[in-house]
Design a protein. Sequence first.
Length: 367
Amino acid sequence: AAVEKGNYRHYMQKEIFEQPTVVAQTLRSYIRQSDNSVALPQIDFDLSAIKRITIVACGTSYYAGMVAKYWIEQFARVPVDIDVASEFRYRNPVLENGGLALFISQSGETADTLAALRHCKQAGQTIAVVVNVPTSSMAREADLLLPTHAGPEIGVASTKAFTCQLAVLAALAARLAVTKGQMDRTEEQDVVRHLLEAPAALNAALDHDDDIAAIAPLIAPARDVLYLGRGPDYPLAMEGALKLKEISYIHAEGYASGEMKHGPIALIDEAVPVIVLAPSGPLFEKTVSNMEEVRARGGQIVLISDREGLAEAGDGCLATIEMPKVHPLIAPLVYAVPVQLLAYHTACVKGTDVDQPRNLAKSVTVE
Ligand code: G6P
């Protein structure tokens, strides 16, 4: 049956608001409720023998992969390489025995990602896929199928598939860490507990929809927008910039907060809004210094942080968006919401076609 928009103006908006439900749905199939452990589908190879992971994806799925690299290396201490699919094969990557190649795709049909999968298969890698369409080519060709349960995604710009991918990837990282002996039962239960907090935290983030809509008119006139983030939230800065480009046609760049001084700082003036994604925590002070560098050049900051972070650094910002205070593990899921909504509302202000942006396709089946 055709998917309906219901009370929403756009599919993208509906899909953003579905995230608490579909992330919960996805988590349910990766968590054993009885003992709060991570449960992956049946695996026919030895996960504990995996020596290296190669992640390949495109677009928003690639940014989910970047977050996963932080998690897998931090939890499981397994080295991770990551590439965009269109670059991967042509650099003649080194694929040693004992490697796991992990492909992330909403559609399971993106031509470059599928070609990379086949390349890795031929090179003897074990193939794992995180896909939203369980009947897709990638799903069929995988040794390990890790489905996301986001339901059909209609909006061309990916939203709910992304947060579901993150949920699956966090579960995978924890499971790998356990099999590698890097994480004990109690730590695994902690990870699971934090993941189970995600749906409520996503709801709390969605509660700020009106505040974000009120900021959109400040972003809409911009020609360039800069997004900054650190650690696992750095890929979220890139995802925020991608969402804005895709649907509002405003040029945007995502940068690591600390790298700004090596280039993008030259762009900063009153006309370039800088969106800072910075949950409070050990590295918050460093981001505050980066914000001061922006402010000293007349830059206008939109700070996305929790109450603690906003209390410390919210003064003097063009606008602030409050997020719930969450465990760092789930921050990338939660901070996806404000960047999605900011792009969405900015596109609405500009009157662009949110669900069918110009020149873009939902699934890119040509290389
Ligand atoms: C297209 C879509 C994006 C998506 C990318 C990767 O560019 O417009 O939203 O992130 O393809 O698609 P996949 O289905 O492989 O995740």
